[in-house]
Design a protein around this ligand. Structure first.
Ligand code: NAD
Length: 277
């Protein structure tokens, strides 16, 4: 076999500046895990488009701080991931501002908890739209250019709930299982190209999305914040520690390295042992 014909000659994984000249779109990156991923990609040299909701002054501060700290270009799109035309607009903006999209991280997500028989259809539709359909729309928008340039990285942030279920989370579990299915199909359709598509499946990460669930437990069961947090971890996560946005970001950056070029269609758990049980 002619090894020189490989599409992924052995560059150093995570060499400093490894992503210099690459442009990344990270959806839902004004907070939590998305912000951790945007930081890790910027630290590896990538230009970044931030997306998500929040206070405009705070978002601008984040944008400027990422750009200054890492010496990269950082732009921002307020596109609503529940709206396919706004997703197309976000990709067009990244192409205008950063010259293209080499790395796409589908991270934006929302949660709602209720028994199936009480689950509001509006919440079901919103969760499916933001957590699953948005990833499909963004992937569809970036794939032609990634394939024609022969390099791309698509990373979908699924969840332990992409692999196993919990009560009260019908829409979220359905959407995250769907994300893993979508990841596998895209990985197969791009298998002979320089584009890879993988999913990361975090367990509990202490972000605003999870803080709300801790607050709900505390209110429902009359527990202190600390005890509610310990209960949440104790029920699912054997390490009894949260994973961090920085750890998820580091894995995303690794998936962008040449060392990860043959990781395709994988669901990579960062869950303190949750799905090993
Ligand atoms: P978070 O609430 O801290 O951040 C969510 C981000 O998505 C924010 O930037 C928010 O503004 C943005 N967002 C929400 N709705 C949006 C919309 N319609 N359009 C554009 N942006 C929107 O949440 P997080 O915990 O960081 O979650 C990020 C991802 O990680 C989600 O997909 C979530 O399901 C997944 N996840 C989180 C955990 C966890 O324990 N925190 C575990 C597994 C998976």
């Amino acid at each position: 076999m002619d090894v020189s014909a490989s599409k992924s000659p052995g560059a150093q994984p995570l060499a400093p500046g490894m992503l210099k000249g690459r442009a990344a779109v990270v959806t839902g990156s004004t907070s939590g895990i998305g912000l951790g991923i945007a930081g890790a990609l910027a630290a590896s040299g990538a230009d970044v488009l931030l997306n998500g909701f929040g206070d405009p002054a705070e978002i601008d501060r984040l944008r400027a701080s990422l750009a200054d700290t890492h010496g990269v270009r950082v732009t921002y799109s307020a596109a609503d991931m529940s709206k396919p035309d706004e997703i197309d607009g976000m990709i067009a903006q990244a192409t205008r501002d950063l010259g293209g999209v080499d790395i796409l991280v589908n991270n934006a997500g929302i949660q709602h908890t209720a028994l199936v028989r009480e689950f509001p259809i509006e919440r079901w539709n919103a969760i499916l739209a933001i957590n699953l359909t948005a990833a499909f729309c963004a992937i569809r928008a970036v794939l032609p250019r990634m394939e024609s340039q022969g390099w791309g990285r698509i990373i979908n942030i699924a969840s332990a709930h992409g692999l196993v279920a919990s009560v009260h989370k019908a829409a979220y579990v359905a959407a995250k299982h769907g994300v893993l299915g979508l990841t596998k199909v895209v990985a197969l359709e791009t298998a002979t190209t320089g584009v890879t598509c993988n999913a990361i499946c975090p367990g509990w990460v202490l972000t605003p999305l999870v803080q709300k669930q801790i607050d709900d437990i505390a209110a429902r069961e009359g527990l202190s914040g600390d005890n509610a947090r310990a209960k949440l971890l104790g029920e699912k996560q054997p390490s009894l520690e949260f994973a961090t946005p920085e750890q998820i970001g580091a894995l995303a950056a690794f998936l962008c390295s040449d060392a990860a070029a043959q990781i395709r269609g994988a669901a990579l758990s960062v869950d303190g042992g949750w799905t090993a049980q």
